[in-house]
Design a protein around this ligand. Structure first.
Ligand code: CP
Ligand code: NVA
Length: 331
C-alpha cells in the first residue's frame, strides 16, 4: 500500500483496504500510547495546522499526535496568517510546503483544502470543511469496532441534520467498510444527491445499504450505533437556530430511541454537544426557544450507552495514523 506523500482530503479517496490499514495502525498507536512507549519516529519533521474555524479536539489531536511522533507543530489560528486575506491559497501552499512536511487545514470550503493540496508538494490533511470531516469518521469507526466487536454488517444511524459534513463522511466510510447506513432526519435536510450517488455503488459492491428516511421508527430493532451532531454547524448563520430547532426537535436522540435499537446499542457524537445548559450558546437558545437539550438528551449523553469520550480520544490515535502513513519515508 502506498500512502507516502498522499493527501487526506476525503474518505472516498481511499480504498477499503487502505482505510482498514489506517484503523489497524491507529490501534497500534493507541496501544503504544497507553503503554507509554516512545514513538518519536519523525524528529526532523515539522507540521503546520491551520484553523479557519475554531476547534478543541481536532487541533489538540493534531498537535499531540505531532508531538508524540517527535515533530514540531505550528498552530495558525483563524486570523493568524495572511492566507485568503492578503495571500492566495496557492501562494500560501507553496510557501508552507518549503517549511513544513505536512499541513492540516480546517475551514469552510472543500475547494480551499483541495487547492492547498494541489499547490503544496507535502501531504495536506482535512481537519473539517463544510462538506466533510474525514478524520472524524476514522475515529468513529475505530470506536464502533472497539465497542461492537466488528464493523461489517453492523448498522449505523445518523439522526438529525443529515446533510452535514459529519454525515457525509460517515456515509462514505460506511459504504467502504460494509456498514449499513441510515440517514434519519427531516426531508429538508436530507443528504445531497451527489453524496448518495457517490456512495451507493460502493455500498452495493460491499453488500451494505444506505437508507435515507424521515421516520425514526426505521431505526427500531436494527441499529447498533446511533449518532448525533449539532443542529447548526460551524459557520452556519445563527439566524437559522429557530428554523433548525423546529425541524430537528423530533430527531433528538432519547432513551426511548436507544432502547428501541438493538440490545447493547451505543451512542456516538463527534462533540461538542448541546446536551445541557452549561454553554453560552445553549443558554442563549434556552432563553430564546425554551429548550434545555438539543440533539441528545442529557440522560443518553451520560448513560452507559454513550461512548463519546472514547470516540474523542480516538481522534488522536487515528490522526496520528494518518500523519504517520502519509509522512513515512518507508511506505
Ligand atoms: N469533533 C470535532 O471536530 O471537534 P472540534 O470541533 O473540537 O475539533
Ligand atoms: N457538523 C459540525 C461538526 C463539528 C465537529 C460542525 O461542522 O460544526
Amino acid at each position: 500500500m502506498d500512502f507516502k506523500g498522499r493527501d487526506f482530503l476525503r474518505i472516498l479517496d481511499f480504498s477499503e483496504a487502505e482505510l482498514r490499514y489506517m484503523l489497524d495502525v491507529a490501534k497500534k498507536f493507541k496501544e503504544m500510547k497507553h503503554a507509554r512507549q516512545n514513538h518519536k519516529y519523525f524528529p526532523n519533521k515539522n507540521i503546520a495546522v491551520i484553523f479557519e474555524k475554531t476547534s478543541t479536539r481536532t487541533r489538540c489531536a493534531f498537535e499531540v499526535a505531532g508531538y508524540d511522533l517527535g515533530m514540531g507543530v505550528t498552530y495558525l489560528d483563524p486570523t493568524g496568517s495572511q492566507m485568503g486575506h492578503k495571500e492566495s491559497i496557492a501562494d500560501t501552499a507553496r510557501v508552507l510546503a518549503r517549511f513544513y512536511d505536512g499541513i492540516e487545514f480546517r475551514g469552510f470550503k472543500q475547494e480551499t483544502v483541495d487547492e492547498l493540496a494541489r499547490y503544496s508538494d507535502v501531504p495536506v490533511w482535512n481537519g473539517l470543511t463544510d462538506s466533510c470531516h474525514p478524520t472524524q469518521a476514522l475515529a468513529d469507526f475505530m470506536t464502533m469496532e472497539e465497542k461492537l466487536g466488528g464493523l461489517r454488517g453492523k448498522t449505523l444511524a445518523f439522526v438529525g441534520d443529515t446533510h452535514n459534513n459529519v454525515s457525509n463522511s460517515l456515509m462514505a466510510m460506511s459504504a467502504k467498510m460494509g456498514v449499513n447506513y441510515i440517514a434519519c432526519g427531516p426531508t429538508a435536510l436530507k443528504p445531497s444527491d451527489e453524496i448518495i450517488a457517490a456512495c451507493q455503488p460502493i455500498a452495493e459492491k460491499n453488500g451494505c445499504t444506505i437508507t435515507v428516511t424521515n421516520d425514526i421508527n426505521v431505526l427500531n430493532g436494527v441499529t447498533d450505533a446511533i449518532y448525533a451532531d449539532v443542529w447548526l454547524s460551524l459557520g452556519e448563520d445563527k439566524e437559522k437556530w429557530g428554523e433548525r430547532i423546529q425541524q430537528l426537535q423530533p430527531y433528538r436522540v432519547t432513551m426511548e430511541m436507544i432502547n428501541a435499537a438493538k440490545p447493547g446499542a451505543i451512542f456516538l457524537h463527534c462533540l461538542p454537544s448541546f446536551h445541557d445548559l452549561n454553554t453560552s450558546i445553549a443558554k442563549d437558545v434556552y432563553e430564546k426557544f425554551g429548550i434545555s437539550e438539543m440533539e441528545v438528551t442529557n440522560e443518553v449523553f451520560e448513560s452507559e450507552h454513550s461512548v463519546v469520550f472514547d470516540e474523542a480520544e480516538n481522534r488522536m490515535h487515528t490522526i496520528k495514523a494518518v500523519m504517520y502513513l502519509t509522512l513515512n519515508d518507508k511506505n
